[in-house]
Design a protein around this ligand. Structure first.
Ligand code: 9WN
Length: 431
């Protein structure tokens, strides 16, 4: 297929290694993000990983989503973590979260709702159409209940966009977009704790102790509020941010859920989803910073837009919520950012003084975000830029392997190794 035989060899190796990583991280019906570092089922990781499984084992791909929803809460929430099998290599584990079993214990907050995007991906790529139809029939009401939960629990004021109440809920844990919002006081009675992440990964690549103290302050506060009761949490949380990652993914997932509803002939549900999309269009207007030519996260408590330009600013392209004019401004910004780094797309504007090439969501490149941005750019007709992002992603994995994230200046791999969602991207996107 390739004119260059070396590229073909590299591609074969990448596909082989990716399949091996998913098999190695398979715990039976679900895939851990990385051995040791993340030993449970993570929500958006699993949804993304199901698209990787779909390339070589359709049944196993559906199982990933089924397992994710097997611990769905009665109110519709799907937690950020399902603690399915015991492990003591991660903190905070089930004993800290302290939620009841459903049947597994889970965390008490959610994560970006990727599942409907993946269900559509699996459906569209299915060789076994009967299986796909049956699986979507089963999953559809669960996904709908989860999206409803987002609006009920995280947008009770009907802004059209939902709030995150914890940085872990965004998936972009230590993003500078909420540096200001995270300045609330640390609980003076915070129980002492030992971090496990630092036994797996160098501290320079992980959030700081101060950041963890804030994460845990929120966790304990939510636990005390009647075990994460969503009717209370929104009002009592010291952190309440309109996050671009969750909202872009929710918007896109609503479009995919609507598409699935149409396949299944579910007229009534389609109307409900369309209302979310209409309100979402309005909500996103509040997040547009015309002067910067970027979308920004918003602190709902102060009403201020964040000053940081983050990679999630380009995700409204993937959602399909940006106008052509907004897209053109986003592309201008993206091109400037890319002229400052070797590999697309840094998670923070490289001109920002807080830019740190190794520090997690404060600079490094994440392949799953690259995939979404590239996909969005293609949709708006920016083929060349979309190709550049794809090409950079290929180079990164060829050079550094299936790492958790990558240094945008050197291309070195960072964080966890043999990482499931990076492997899934190599199968579902970079093949
Ligand atoms: C907390 C598993 C998860 C990802 C997140 C990423 C990181 C966890 C942590 O790992 O977060 O959920 O302990 O650092 O930020 O996006 O889902 O890969």
């Amino acid at each position: 297929e390739h004119l260059n035989p070396d590229a073909q060899l590299e591609e074969d190796a990448r596909v082989r290694d990716s399949i091996q990583v998913l098999r190695m991280n398979d715990r039976g019906g679900y895939t851990v993000p990385a051995e040791g570092l993340y030993p449970f089922q993570w929500n958006w990781d699993s949804a993304i990983v199901s698209a990787g499984w779909a390339v070589f084992d359709e049944e196993r791909a559906w199982a990933e989503l089924e397992t994710l929803f097997s611990d769905q809460w009665a109110d519709g929430m799907v937690a950020s973590i399902n603690f399915i099998k015991f492990s003591d290599t991660y903190f905070p584990g089930p004993e800290i979260w302290g939620t009841p079993e459903k049947p597994s214990k889970t965390s008490g907050i959610s994560q970006p709702p990727v599942a409907a995007m993946s269900a559509r991906f699996l459906f569209e790529h299915a060789e076994n159409q009967d299986l796909a139809k049956a699986k979507v029939e089963e999953l559809f009401p669960k996904m709908l209940a989860w999206h409803r939960w987002w609006y009920k629990a995280r947008d009770p004021e009907k802004k059209g966009v939902v709030a995150i109440l914890h940085p872990w809920e965004s998936g972009m844990d230590n993003s500078p977009a909420w540096d200001e919002a995270m300045k609330f006081p640390i609980d003076p009675e915070l129980p002492p704790y030992v971090r496990r992440d630092l036994t797996h990964v160098n501290a320079s690549m992980r959030p700081t102790k101060d950041t963890y103290d804030h994460y845990l302050t929120l966790l304990y506060k939510f636990k005390k509020a009647h075990f994460y009761d969503p009717d209370q949490l929104y009002w009592i949380s010291p952190l309440r941010v309109t996050d671009l990652c969750v909202n872009s993914i929710l918007f896109r997932a609503n479009r995919d859920l609507r598409w699935l509803a149409l396949q299944l002939g579910k007229e009534e549900e389609t109307t409900e989803i369309e209302q979310w999309l209409d309100a979402g269009f309005e909500g996103f207007n509040m997040l547009w910073d015309e002067e910067a030519g970027l979308y920004k996260c918003q602190d709902q408590i102060t009403g201020k837009l964040a000053d940081a330009g983050i990679s999630a600013a380009f995700l409204p392209l993937f959602a399909g919520v940006a106008s052509k004019e907004q897209a053109a401004k986003l592309v201008e910004n993206l091109e400037r950012w890319l002229s400052k780094v070797k590999y697309a797309v840094p998670s923070l504007n490289p001109e920002d003084p807080r830019f740190d090439q190794l520090q997690y969501w404060r600079g490094p490149v994440w392949l799953i975000i690259n995939w979404m941005i590239s996909n969005g750019l293609r949709h708006y007709g920016y083929e060349e830029l979309a190709d550049r992002i794809k090409q950079d992603s290929i180079e990164l994995t060829n050079k550094a392997g299936l790492r958790e994230y990558f240094d945008p200046l050197t291309g070195d791999g960072c964080g966890g190794r043999q990482f499931s969602w990076t492997a899934a991207m190599c199968l579902a996107w970079l093949d």
